[in-house]
Structures are given as structure tokens and as C-alpha cells.
Design a protein around this ligand. Structure first.
Ligand SMILES: Nc1nc2c(ncn2[C@@H]2O[C@H](COP(=O)(O)OP(=O)(O)OP(=O)(O)O)[C@@H](O)[C@H]2O)c(=O)[nH]1
Ligand SMILES: [Mg+2]
Length: 189
């Protein structure tokens, strides 16, 4: 599917009527700073639809973007970000867990983004386990492969693939848009 239009609809921090909207939702989850917001921008071919930042903790709400008028891309705050207060961190953690596991949304896809160089962190493993246990349609994205040499990419992906079993993993770069076609196929198939 070709993305023709993408527009910001709203950001929420708790229950809201958009949750009940019948349009399909694709959630983008992952640790702080792995590039969730950048991946969405790269998919829709827009530089600044979604605000991204080199400072972790940029996204603090659950932001809804309507794609082609019929499907939501949902940008989540990052989990595991250490430089904010414990209280704030706990609030964000609860918000993410509520949105994913308590809201009763039927996700079209949950895109779990990890850093290709770092691999699977403990947080990522926990999240992947939860998603798999709840039978969510997961696709893993190993972002920032532009930071690795070609030969390293292959090795890193192999290691990650061994850890995640049958989960699909796509090597990706929001910077160069490597993997864009594959990820769009995976989301819309
Ligand atoms: N080299 C490189 N840098 C990237 C890539 N994707 C994102 N970045 C950079 O990583 C930083 C974080 O990107 P964001 O998209 O804001 O990350 P996020 O996961 O949305 O972060 P939070 O909203 O804080 O959870 C920014 O400085 C981006 O420019 C990529 O594919 N390659
Ligand atoms: Mg973000």
C-alpha cells in the first residue's frame, strides 16, 4: 500500500474516545531513543510529522497519526528511560501497558523497535514476551543499521533472530530508509 496522506490527530495520556475508533491501529513501541518517532516519519516520507529528538524521553504521550484516512500509526513514549523521575517513569510504564494490554484494541500490528547495535535489552525481552504471550501480531524492527558495517549487520541480526525464535525481524534505518518497503509490506499485508 502506498501512503498518500498522514496527519496528526491527537495525543492522549489516558482513556479517550479515539481508543474505541474502529479504524485499525498499528503501535510503535520500544525503548527510549531507539527511533520510534523517526521510523514513523521514514515510513510516511515526512521529516517532521512526528517530533523526534536526540534527547531520550521526547515522546511523552500516545500520539495518533491517521494514514490514508483509514489506519492509525500510534507513536508511544519509550520505556526504560532512566533520566526522568521514578514517578514519571512509572506513569509512562503504566500508560504503555494500559494502551497495549488493557484497552482491548485489536492491533493490526505491533512494531517493536530495537537498536540493531545494542540488540535485545532486558526491557525488550520483557516486552516481546508480553506481546507474544498475548498473541499480538508482532514485527521486530532492528533500527539504526546505518551505524553498522554491512558485515556487522548480518551478524547482529543473526544473533537477534536466534533469541526471538519465530518473530519476524526487519533490519532498518530511519535515516537511509533501508527496509522501508519490507516494513510497509509487513504492516499492510
Ligand atoms: N543514525 C541513525 N539515527 C537515528 C535513526 N533513527 C533515529 N535516529 C536518531 O535517534 C534519536 C532518537 O530518535 P527518536 O525518533 O526521537 O526516538 P524515539 O524512540 O521516538 O525516542 P522517545 O520518544 O524519546 O522514546 C534521534 O537523534 C534520531 O535522529 C537511524 O535509523 N539511524
Ligand atoms: Mg518518540
Amino acid at each position: 500500500m502506498k501512503i498518500k496522506t498522514a496527519e496528526f490527530i491527537k495525543g492522549i495520556i489516558g482513556t479517550n474516545e479515539i481508543i474505541e475508533d474502529e479504524k485499525p491501529q498499528v503501535a510503535f513501541v520500544g525503548r527510549s531513543n531507539v527511533g520510534k518517532s523517526s521510523v514513523i516519519n521514514s515510513l510516511v516520507d515526512r521529516k517532521n510529522l512526528v517530533k523526534s529528538s536526540s534527547i531520550p524521553g521526547k515522546t511523552q504521550q500516545i500520539n495518533f497519526f491517521l494514514i490514508n484516512g483509514r489506519i492509525y500509526f500510534v507513536d508511544l513514549p519509550g520505556y526504560g528511560f532512566i533520566k526522568i523521575s521514578l514517578k514519571r517513569k512509572e506513569k509512562i510504564r503504566r500508560m504503555i501497558l494500559w494502551y497495549l494490554f488493557r484497552s482491548e484494541i485489536e492491533f493490526k500490528k505491533v512494531v517493536l523497535i530495537i537498536d540493531a547495535k545494542v540488540g535485545l535489552s532486558e526491557f525488550d525481552k520483557e516486552m516481546l514476551n508480553l506481546l507474544n504471550k498475548n498473541d499480538f501480531p508482532v514485527v521486530l524492527v532492528a533500527n539504526k543499521v546505518d551505524k553498522l558495517k554491512k558485515s556487522e549487520v548480518f551478524k547482529k541480526i543473526k544473533v537477534i533472530q536466534e533469541m526471538v525464535g519465530d518473530n519476524i525481524i526487519i533490519p532498518y534505518s530511519a535515516k537511509t530508509k533501508k527496509g522501508q518497503k519490507e516494513l510497509l509490506n509487513e504492516i499492510f499485508n
